[in-house]
Design a protein around this ligand. Structure first.
Ligand code: ADP
Ligand code: ADP
Ligand code: ZN
Length: 216
């Protein structure tokens, strides 16, 4: 079996990154995540586009979407280089969905369903390793030693956009722009909806089954 092309959808904090890491280990796919790619390029000069802000970081700190031309280019380059992938954080609106459709074929479309209050609890307690990107939660998934990554010993930090105020704004932007994307895949009959409000292991059991059933 060649490596599958997987799309994972869900609101900010739904657990996409957590499940994606397991998909990488289990199915040998590349993790393509626009959030991480943009965080690595927060200061990139996009002034030539003549839009609201001149860098991706300004959109991100406000909880707004970075302009389509910037993210579309990142995704195209990453998917061309990948032999099987899990795409996380993209598409986030209808125009990105059309663009994705024009550049690739998906084998599996997963959707992690989680309630708003739970999303806010997850986002505000999230901690990320600055060296390897592993994700923790101060209450739901704490590291053995506070502030230190179990996997590599790196320092954990809190993302600037994981404050309650920006988290709620990101969820609002998600409902407005990205819920129609979920509906699009539901209407196409390809959406595999998973109850994301269980433990990571329980969610993973359904995610793994869905990919195994569709990737052959
Ligand atoms: P989360 O994992 O909490 O959903 P991400 O790391 O995916 O958050 O995204 C962080 C920020 O990066 C978003 O709030 C947005 O500003 C920007 N971003 C990420 N992906 C996209 C995208 N596909 N389109 C536009 N902006 C994006
Ligand atoms: P996303 O990539 O969708 O924004 P993450 O995978 O980064 O979401 O998870 C957001 C936060 O919630 C992290 O702190 C993570 O440790 C925690 N988390 C992930 N999955 C679960 C789960 N099933 N139950 C409780 N907390 C979770
Ligand atoms: Zn680490």
């Amino acid at each position: 079996m060649s490596s599958p092309n997987i799309l994972i959808l869900g609101a900010p904090g739904a657990g996409k990154g957590t499940q994606s890491r397991r998909l990488v280990e289990e199915f040998g796919v590349e993790h393509v995540t626009t959030g991480d790619a943009l965080r690595a390029n927060k200061g990139m000069d996009i002034g030539h586009l003549d839009l609201e802000y001149d860098t991706p970081g300004e959109y991100m700190d406000a909880g707004e979407l970075v302009p389509d031309p910037v993210v579309n280019e990142i995704v195209k380059t990453a998917l061309e280089a990948a032999d099987g992938y899990v795409l996380d954080g993209y598409p986030r609106n209808e125009s990105q969905t059309e663009y994705l459709d024009s550049i690739t074929d998906l084998d599996v479309v997963l959707y992690l369903a989680v309630d708003e209050d739970e999303l806010v609890r997850r986002l505000t307690g999230r901690r990320v390793c600055e060296d390897c990107g592993a994700t923790y939660h101060v209450d739901f998934d704490p590291p053995a030693e506070s502030g230190v990554c179990d996997e590599c010993g790196g320092d954990l930090y809190q993302r600037e956009d994981d404050t309650e105020e920006t988290a709620r704004e990101r969820i609002r932007v998600y409902e407005e722009n990205t819920e129609p994307v979920v509906e699009y895949f539901r209407d196409e009959g390809v959406l595999v909806e998973v109850d994301g409000e269980r433990t990571p292991d329980e969610v993973w059991a359904d995610v793994e089954d869905a990919v195994e059933a569709r990737a052959n």
